[in-house]
Design a protein around this ligand. Structure first.
Ligand code: SF4
Ligand code: SF4
Length: 247
């Protein structure tokens, strides 16, 4: 017992002080993109042609964060002249159209639904549905339960049954085989319920876009309240989204 107590004392508190203090991510992290509108069109065209996700509109000079997998190819080709990625992990939006951006993302707290804040601000129980995800989105949601993030201190928990949940968090490209299970889980969640789309697969099909085996966008099946882009979204993006949308 003494050993355990000594160990706890030596370890100290590992929990992040976010949101009171900001969290600095590693330099290689790619967050909110910034686009230089005065970039010559040949560079823009090369970036758009190289994008594996068809996420760059070379005419409007925008990037669709719902499709982007943040691979960094465009930033490498442009050499800092067209698209650069910041370390800003605040990338979630309440309206899908806001994912198409020149770098500006509306303040999520301003677009959150007030009745959700009132209902779930102090206690939010979520059921996660992996609809054929590769497990990276799921892992970066799971990690929110670890001591560093400690999601439960905000009154937010993942629960085992949709009957005990206030909403669902969906990951993966929603394969044909998972579609029924997803819809049944949604129906089993009591109203009022929230629907959160996590990751490029769920928002747009991600790397599986174009396959007849998937649904290209959760919003084609269910009313989505919150979109968190990324492949996978960083745990800080997930945490920022949950806190700003519900608190
Ligand atoms: S970072 Fe996004 S926009 Fe750029 S090439 Fe990769 S997928 Fe396309
Ligand atoms: S968005 Fe990326 S990380 Fe998430 S399930 Fe799809 S492929 Fe995997």
């Amino acid at each position: 017992m003494l050993k355990v107590l000594r160990n706890r004392f030596e370890q100290g508190c590992k929990t992040s002080r976010y949101p009171k203090e900001n969290v600095q991510l590693l330099p290689r992290y790619r967050g909110r993109p910034i686009i230089q509108q005065d970039t010559p069109s040949d560079i823009v065209g090369r970036c758009a042609a190289a994008c594996p996700q068809d996420a760059i509109d070379s005419i409007a000079k925008t990037i669709d964060m719902g499709r982007c997998v943040f691979c960094g190819t465009c930033a490498r080709i442009a050499g800092g002249r067209f698209i650069t990625f910041t370390q800003d992990f605040a990338v979630a939006v309440a309206e899908k159209a806001h994912l198409i951006t020149q770098g500006d993302i509306p303040d999520l707290a301003q677009h959150s639904r007030q009745h959700f804040k009132k209902l779930f601000g102090r206690s939010l129980q979520l059921r996660q549905v992996s609809a054929a995800g590769c497990n990276a989105c799921e892992a970066d949601l799971n990690v929110l339960a670890t001591p560093f993030f400690d999601l439960a201190r905000f009154g937010i928990n993942f629960v085992a049954s949709p009957r005990h949940a206030d909403g669902i968090v969906v990951t993966g490209p929603i394969s044909r085989n998972m579609k029924t299970a997803l819809l049944q889980t949604y129906e089993a969640t009591p109203e009022p319920r929230v629907v959160i789309a996590v990751g490029s697969c769920t928002i747009s099909g991600g790397p599986f876009r174009g396959s007849p085996e998937i649904t290209e966008g959760l919003d084609k099946l269910l009313p989505v309240d919150l979109f968190i882009p990324g492949c996978p979204p960083h745990p800080m993006s997930n945490l920022h989204a949950l806190l700003n949308f519900f608190k």
